[in-house]
Design a protein around this ligand. Structure first.
Ligand SMILES: *Cc1c(COP(=O)(O)O)cnc(C)c1O
Length: 431
């Protein structure tokens, strides 16, 4: 008979812990002071949507963009009011035509693919690598058609996509490469900053990300022409092209994607903290890994050689044949031990299975843009097109939401202790 402390809380035993973890809060007095200065100035935004020096925004926008150029080592940084806006601007800037195809991962936040549809282009979903969870080059190759115009990679959870190899493939096939680095703002791939290998990359500044300005995003590129086009789409392109002597009107329909002065002042302070904030997450991840790696049937995060990870999420996969019980049952037992349900990400996302793709209905009622003659007719979004992403989502992926909490050593200790206790009792959970 095992002692009570070995008895799972799920079955009436003693809980491993009984307290809440501290929530992650990267905003401090520096941001408060920076925002206050802007408010005192009275100039909360200085953008003008016409050809004028203020087309490029006010002093805080310009300063934040300069800081981003230095920080990310790029020629151009363009701030936007969300990374969703940034993705829309990026897809428009590369000169996509209605019906053109962009190959994208289904294992991401919905906005990556929606940005493609916004220009009446077609998202084509390629499967992911089972270890990095990023788009798989072989599957990109398998999905290439005469309609393919670009690839969008997503550094999901903070692991860099294999952008060096994907960029070579893109160049060889005359495709553009866009990188969604919302979750990898301080990741490196063989000394290259995530987002800077592609034609256009960028980062999210929403409240849930490593650093934030409430809402916001940053686009980065080394290409002068793409940078101009991004700035035009950000700020009412159609009203500016004449003054700027732009004759190529491809996708020169602008938006108001402008980020305000307060956010850009906050962003300057947040950028200074980025490396420290991500490094502390890497330390938490290393401690979790050293505690969890001995559990059989549990795979701790993989890191491709030469890469660093930003650990937006700490990704685990389960070998169900070894553990012989479901992921859901394990999470139930971990929560009973006193861990917050918010700590767990049970599965992630299979974007291709969203209703918009299943019903092929984006604009209006008649299936536009899939129903149009410019769109290839044999496009499938059926379950089964991305077996790796689907199996991870349905059965084997378990994420730890590192970016929600400020985990200290005691918290990490208790997380590992809870996992070990559950693993010691796996046979009871499988009954
Ligand atoms: C957060 C996120 C986005 C969207 O960013 P917003 O700034 O919220 O618009 C896009 N893609 C990924 C992978 C994200 O995590």
């Amino acid at each position: 008979m095992k002692s009570d402390s070995h008895n799972l809380a799920l079955f009436g035993g003693e809980k491993t812990l009984d307290r809440d973890f501290k929530l992650y809060e990267p905003i401090g007095k520096e941001e408060l002071e920076a925002a206050t200065e802007v408010i005192k100035s009275g100039v909360l935004s200085k953008f003008l949507g016409c050809w004028h020096p203020d087309f490029y925004g006010g002093p805080q926008v310009k300063k934040f963009e300069e800081d981003c150029c230095d920080h990310f080592g790029v020629k151009h940084a363009v701030t936007v009011n969300s990374w969703t806006s940034g993705l829309v601007a990026a897809v428009g800037a590369i000169g996509i035509e209605p019906g053109d195809e962009i190959i994208v991962s289904p294992w991401t936040m919905c906005a990556s693919a929606t940005a493609i549809l916004h220009w009446n282009a077609i998202p084509i979903f390629a499967d992911i690598d089972p270890q990095t969870f990023c788009i798989d080059l072989q599957s990109i190759k398998d999905n290439l058609t005469s309609k393919t115009k670009a690839i969008m990679t997503i550094d999901i959870f903070g692991h860099p996509s294999d952008n060096h190899a994907i960029k070579s493939f893109a160049l060889a096939n005359n495709l553009k490469l866009i990188s969604d680095c919302a979750q990898s703002p301080y990741s490196f791939d063989n000394n290259h900053r995530a987002g800077t290998i592609s034609d256009i990359g960028g980062y999210s500044l929403n409240y849930h990300k490593h650093i934030h300005t409430g809402e916001g995003g940053i686009l980065v590129t080394d290409d002068n022409q793409l940078a101009d086009r991004l700035r035009l789409i950000r700020n009412h392109a159609e009203a500016v092209v004449e003054g700027m002597n732009i004759t190529d009107l491809t996708n020169m329909l602008g938006h108001n994607f402008r980020l305000g002065e307060i956010e850009c002042a906050i962003g300057q302070e947040q950028l200074k903290k980025l490396s420290r904030l991500v490094s502390s997450r890497q330390l938490v991840a290393a401690k979790l890994t050293s505690g969890l790696k001995t559990l059989s049937g549990l795979n701790t995060p993989y890191l491709r050689p030469g890469c660093t990870h930003s650990y937006y999420v700490y990704p685990i996969t389960l070998d169900l044949r070894t553990i012989r019980c479901t992921r859901e049952r394990i999470v139930q037992a971990l929560i009973a031990e006193g861990l917050s349900p918010d700590l767990f990400m049970v599965g992630y996302s299979n974007i291709h299975l969203l209703p918009v793709y299943q019903k092929k209905q984006a604009y209006g009622t008649n299936g536009f843009p899939w129903s149009e003659s410019f769109t290839r007719k044999d496009i499938s979004y059926s379950k089964g097109i991305c077996p790796v992403a689907e199996d991870l989502h349905d059965r084997t992926f378990l994420g730890i939401e590192m970016c929600l909490f400020e985990l200290n050593d005691q918290d990490i200790h208790d997380i590992i202790k809870s996992f070990k206790k559950v693993w010691d009792n796996l046979p009871l959970l499988s009954q």
